[in-house]
Ligand binder design. Structure first.
Ligand SMILES: [Zn+2]
Length: 302
């Protein structure tokens, strides 16, 4: 009820203002930084993208502010990641869709047979699909199709942007595979703050262990830390990783547990899992983020 009131208020406050600010660009709102970067690549100058979440923001826990609701209401098209990644925004998306707005959960269009299932997660699937570059290529195709359907006069422009971006993603795939090839198979064990890297692990032959499970909404318990510290010692894991969108104390507690058993493990660096780096930096793009993660992982585990 309260949320309906907020939307009503947003219509009153921002409904008229929107027309005055019209710059002729297609207004798109995205959720995560990965999607913001993607829509910028495909939409180019024709699109004005507003991302709700910034660098270091955890999408599992993110709640919509009143300002967000008005941004969503004023958008022509909304792209979100889906598969319950943005677990606290699901009902907002449903209301936007019910009001007739194009509201696209990109992860929902991936063939379910190719997804990693998880009974622990609300969607029944692991939502961290962007860590398979081939899935992100599918995201790019879907964004291109949705934008082109809404604005057929710009079809050639979006298609060309997509062609260029697909080539860059293909080059990324080759670079990443080459880098990972330099890491012996037995050293491919990736211990991180939460289970964001299962698709990455499947694709490149890593055993992946997250301290917190698929969503950061469930906190790691003392037993999780003890179990995982034994795993690290038994498997001679050299390095574990913090994540930019998850508080570092969980991984630090894990390291303490390993040290207390007279073994050592280093913190191999901070990975970008559910959010990119700061805008304007290389890690602030999907492609830059992916390279940074792979370099960090390979150098620390080598
Ligand atoms: Zn996550």
């Amino acid at each position: 009820m309260k949320k309906i009131l907020i939307i009503g208020l947003a219509i009153l406050l921002f409904g008229c203002k929107n027309a005055a600010e019209d710059n002729g660009k297609i207004k798109v709102v995205t959720t995560t930084t990965m999607l913001t970067d993607l829509v910028k690549n495909i939409g180019g100058d024709a699109v004005q993208v507003e991302g709700l979440m910034g660098a270091g923001v955890d999408p599992h826990l993110y709640k919509a502010s009143e300002g967000d609701v008005s941004k969503l209401y004023n958008a022509e098209i909304i792209f979100y990641s889906g598969l319950h990644l943005e677990g606290k925004l699901v009902d907002v998306f449903e209301r936007m869709e019910a009001s007739g707005k194009k509201t696209i959960g990109l992860g929902e269009f991936i063939n379910k047979d190719e997804l990693i299932s998880s009974k622990l997660f609300a969607s029944n699937y692991d939502p961290h699909v962007w860590f398979n570059i081939q899935f992100f290529k599918q995201f790019a195709n879907k964004v291109t199709n949705v934008l082109s359907e809404a604005h057929p006069e710009k079809l050639d422009y979006f298609s060309e942007n997509n062609r260029v971006y697909q080539e860059k993603l293909d080059a990324l795939e080759i670079e990443v595979k080459d880098k990972i090839e330099t890491l012996p198979k037995e050293k491919r064990i990736l211990v991180t703050a939460h289970d964001a890297f299962n698709y990455f692990g499947n694709k490149y032959g890593f055993e992946v262990v997250g301290l917190q499970g698929l969503s950061t909404a469930t906190e790691a318990g003392v037993q999780d830390v003890q179990r995982l510290s034994d795993f690290i010692i038994n498997n001679k894991v050299q390095a574990i990783f913090i994540e930019s969108s998850v508080p570092r104390r969980t991984i630090e507690a894990l390291r303490e547990a390993v040290l207390s058993k007279n073994h050592d493990v280093t913190i191999g660096g901070s990975l970008y899992s559910d959010a990119l780096g700061n805008p304007g930096t290389e890690e602030g793009t999907y492609i830059g983020m992916f390279k940074y993660n792979v370099n960090t992982i390979v150098e620390a585990l080598r």
